[in-house]
Write a protein that binds this ligand. Structure first.
Ligand SMILES: Cc1cc2nc3c(=O)[nH]c(=O)nc-3n(C[C@H](O)[C@H](O)[C@H](O)COP(=O)(O)O)c2cc1C
Length: 312
């Protein structure tokens, strides 16, 4: 097992379609101790697929960064991990939690929870293939009747994994119900490895409370970080801070993707202005913006108070 030292206790969760290079840089600036790419297909990497490769592009200021792989064949995962190591990430993460049918019905992602022996073999193949630390992100089980983390986690430990992140739901729950932090705490207490707890952290205060009560080395924040990177610092942005941050995000997106990136930015824009009274008209305009300049103009008008008091 290669040790991996976390430099902080709040990390950004991998989220397909959201945690791209610009958003990871923003999360790091606000204090996220570790960021992840979205899940990347090991088969796509082994085939040399260009789009797959694009998902793994990162800049030095994103470090420490984990590149997350999904797959179900130990040989393919090991080959993909060898190639990924050449890109220089700090960690290679194995996805054992994705509940999307295209991933888990084929046996990858959360599908591996159904076969702890295979999960262990895959983890061992990956740790054996690379010199950098390997982490795994799991759910607590496949469904309510197979919450098999007591069987799975020791296999991952024996495979030489350095870090385990646990989303406290079963695959069957998808995102319904609530994360079981009692189960996460049991895993943290029983495991020799640092455990990152995950699920339903809505605020900085929630994060600190979960750290205190779960015994986890760190906690991982997903949905609540979208449009609110301040969740990693506990600071509250002023209107000017918010406008400046959104402009900065827009600039990073334009640099990284070029003009077509505005389409990917729309879902972030809606979330940045989520909690604001009177912002419905602004949000509606932002999610339809067709250029970065248009969005930047709208943010400026927001900052000047133009959207105040125009609707409830
Ligand atoms: C839009 C979206 C995309 C996600 N993509 C991934 C992914 O690529 N890999 C992964 O391990 N988990 C993925 N997840 C799960 C999150 O990492 C996290 O486990 C889950 O959202 C629970 O944490 P939260 O309550 O803080 O959001 C995704 C979740 C969402 C909402």
């Amino acid at each position: 097992m290669k040790p991996f030292d976390l430099t902080g206790r709040l990390v950004l969760a991998p989220m397909a379609g959201f945690t791209d290079s610009p958003f990871r840089r923003i999360a790091r600036r606000h204090g996220a101790a570790l960021v992840y790419t979205e899940l990347v297909s090991a088969e796509g990497i082994a085939r040399g697929n260009r789009k797959t490769h694009e998902l793994m592009r990162f800049l030095p200021e994103e470090r420490p960064i984990a590149i997350q792989l999904f797959g179900k064949e130990a040989g393919v995962m090991a080959e993909a991990a060898r190639r990924v190591e050449q890109l220089g990430p700090d960690v290679i993460d194995i996805n054992m939690g994705c509940c999307a049918p295209r991933v888990c019905s084929g046996g990858s992602g959360a599908g591996l929870l159904q076969d702890p022996a295979l999960a262990g073999q895959i983890a061992a193949a990956v740790t054996g293939a690379v010199g950098i630390p390997v982490s795994v992100k799991i759910r607590i089980g496949w469904d309510e009747s197979t919450r098999n983390y007591r069987e799975l986690v020791p296999r991952l430990e024996d495979a030489g994994v350095s870090l385990i992140a646990v989303h406290g739901r079963t695959r069957a729950q998808k995102y319904t119900g609530s994360a079981d932090w009692d189960a996460i705490a049991l895993i943290a207490a029983a495991s020799k490895l640092p455990v990152i707890g995950n699920g339903d952290i809505h605020s900085y205060g929630d994060a600190i409370a979960r750290l205190e009560t779960s015994g986890c080395a760190a906690v991982m924040i997903g949905r609540a970080a979208i449009g609110n990177p301040w969740i990693f610092s506990g600071l509250r942005p002023s209107v000017a801070n918010l406008a400046e941050e959104v402009r900065s995000h827009l600039r990073l997106m334009r640099e990284f993707y070029g003009e077509p990136g505005i389409v990917l930015m729309r879902k972030h824009l809606a979330r940045y202005f989520h909690g604001f009274r009177n912002a419905a008209r602004l949000r509606a305009a932002l999610v339809r913006s067709i250029s970065f300049d248009e969005a930047i103009g709208l943010v400026g008008r927001f900052e000047n108070g133009e959207f105040d008091g125009q609707e409830g």
